[in-house]
Every structure is written in C-alpha cells, then in structure tokens.
Write a protein that binds this ligand. Structure first.
Ligand code: FES
Length: 104
C-alpha cells in the first residue's frame, strides 16, 4: 500500500530525507526526476543513513563508508547485506512509498 510522504518539489536532489510509514523508517532520495527509498539503517553497524552523502545513485554511510546503490540496495564496496528497497511513485506532485514490498 502506497503512502504519501512528501511533495516531490520539496526534495532537494541528492539530499537524503528520513521518513516513515506504517512504522517503517526509510531514507528518501531524489535524483533528477526519479525518487528512491531504502531502509534507513546501514547493514554494517546500523548507522542512520539520512546523513549519508549521495553521488550518482550511491549513498555512502557516514560511519565507516559503506556505499549502497539506491536502485537495488546492494552494497558496492563491502560484503554487507543489501538495504531494503521500497517502491516509489509520484502522484499529483506527491511522493508515495510502499513499505510493504521490495521494488525488485
Ligand atoms: S555503520 Fe555503516 S559502514 Fe559501518
């Protein structure tokens, strides 16, 4: 089930936003005209990723530097588990996220 989380125009590209729906917390990131949502905790040692840096679809954990692909959640520089990825859509200018299913 999709939930409205914020207006698309309020998202600064490349800036992670911590949000929640149904008690599930996630990080929302806009890149260009696309928006992606992944679980908020790094799979290495549970740092919160809303302070991570985003470059070209990759978010870097602020704690020890694990890098995760926002499109599929995969960790690209260490053998850590993938982040969970949530489906997103934009309806009438509002970003909606489905925390009940993986995007892939
Ligand atoms: S907690 Fe994220 S890399 Fe260690």
């Amino acid at each position: 089930m999709f939930h409205k989380v914020m207006a698309f125009d309020d998202l600064v590209p490349g800036k992670p936003y911590l949000r929640d729906a149904e008690g599930v917390r996630f990080v929302l990131v806009r890149e260009g005209e696309a928006v992606m949502a992944v679980s908020d905790l790094c799979t290495h040692a549970a740092a919160v990723l809303d302070r991570g840096r985003v470059v070209q679809g990759i978010i870097t954990c602020p704690m020890h530097g694990a890098r995760f692909d926002l499109r599929n959640g995969a960790c690209v520089n260490a053998p850590y588990d993938a982040l969970r990825v949530y489906r997103c859509r934009i309806v009438d200018g509002q970003v909606e996220v489905d925390v009940g299913a993986n995007a892939d």
